[in-house]
Design a binder for this molecule. Structure first.
Ligand code: ADP
Ligand code: MG
Length: 339
């Protein structure tokens, strides 16, 4: 008799949760991504106690069909990819089918959802991965997901949480990046009853920048727009007068996904080069679009990093585009070919 066994699903979910759900902000990121993937036009986020007490997201997206609700919380259950080929053509933010089961394994979750406007939906409540309630419920079209008492059954993880203020700043960061990624979606974010962000959802990126960084910063942003056979770049990048002490004001979006990418940030900074004082960084929102096959998004558990198949080409394109944007405003004197 061998001693190797398959883990039961519950245990497997708890282990996966360790990777997917690092802190409240990771839960929020996954749930906002789901709302975005569902085509929501409005996403309302409320949190309490840095997200450890409550994270709640209500969206007006496509909703989950009543018969799918339990399945959505199963491991590797997804409506977003079907075949292996899809993995190289990912057009949604999610695709692993791991978020909901992972979150439900380490928290108390309540999900109310309806896929039609007829008010007929269903509610599912889970605690530590076990179903507590599953029945028909009235619901507007969309999904209302509450996650309470995160890590209540994994004290080791709970112990590593920082102060409410620190967890809140991570939550805000997630909402900010998603709001910058999707100016066409109206985001609202409240913490312990105080509204911290509200975006109009009218597609105007500058107004989202204003809501997050203030109107002065928004006014100092230059529009950037560039084309390449493989890529398009758009967004806003600050005049060198609007500088910051760190790189947090740089948001890189690739096919609508917020990522951390040296392959984009480095050429951006190179383009500013001597225009910025030492240790100062620009405020910048750069949105790159490319064919999904030029990109591997499946390299990081939180999907925060991506791999580009033609990185050298991409770097040159970004640097050139930013340089030209600054050059048009004569921040870079013409004729100074740096390179
Ligand atoms: P993934 O996003 O990788 O598919 P998740 O575990 O995050 O996996 O979600 C599982 C499935 O549940 C999704 O594929 C989707 O069909 C459904 N779902 C989750 N959240 C929502 C939502 N807010 N609106 C509509 N459908 C949702
Ligand atoms: Mg998801």
């Amino acid at each position: 008799m061998g001693i190797i066994r398959l883990l039961d699903e519950h245990l497997a979910n708890q282990i996966a949760a360790g990777e997917v759900v690092e802190r409240p902000a990771s839960v929020l990121k996954e749930l906002i991504e789901n709302a975005v993937d569902a085509g929501a036009k409005t996403i309302d986020v409320t949190a309490e106690e840095g997200g450890l007490g409550l994270i709640r997201i209500a969206d007006d997206g496509a909703g989950i069909q009543p018969d799918d609700l339990l399945t959505a919380f199963q491991r590797h259950a997804t409506s977003k990819i079907v075949t292996g080929k899809d993995l190289f053509q990912i057009a949604t933010l999610g695709f692993r089918g791991e978020a909901l089961p992972s979150i439900a394994a380490v928290a108390k979750v309540r999900c109310v959802s309806a896929a039609d406007g007829d008010g007929l939906g269903r509610v599912l409540e889970m605690e530590g991965g076990a179903v507590k309630k599953h029945e028909d419920a009235a619901s507007p079209q969309g999904t209302d997901m509450s996650v309470r008492e995160l890590f209540y059954n994994t004290p080791a993880r709970l112990k590593y949480m920082r102060t409410i203020q620190t967890e809140l700043s991570h939550l805000s960061d997630v909402v900010y990046r998603q709001a910058l990624a999707r100016p066409d979606i109206a985001f609202a974010f409240a913490h312990n009853g105080t509204t911290l962000l509200r975006t109009p959802g009218n597609g105007d990126l500058r107004q989202v920048v204003a809501a997050i960084y203030g109107t002065a910063a928004a006014k100092a942003m230059l529009p950037i727009q560039a084309e390449h056979p493989d890529y398009t770049l758009s967004g806003l990048t600050a005049m060198p007068v609007e500088t910051r002490a760190n790189r947090n004001g740089i948001t890189i979006l690739v096919n609508g996904r917020y990522v951390r990418s040296a392959a984009v940030v480095q050429p951006l900074l190179q383009a500013y080069h001597t225009l910025l004082p030492i240790n100062r960084y620009p405020l910048s929102v750069l949105s790159l679009r490319m064919h999904p096959s030029l990109l591997d998004v499946n390299v990081h558990p939180a999907k925060l990093e991506v791999r580009f198949s033609k990185e050298t080409e991409l770097r040159a394109f970004v640097e050139d585009a930013v340089r030209r944007t600054l050059g048009e405003r004569a921040y870079i004197p013409s004729g100074t070919a740096v390179r």
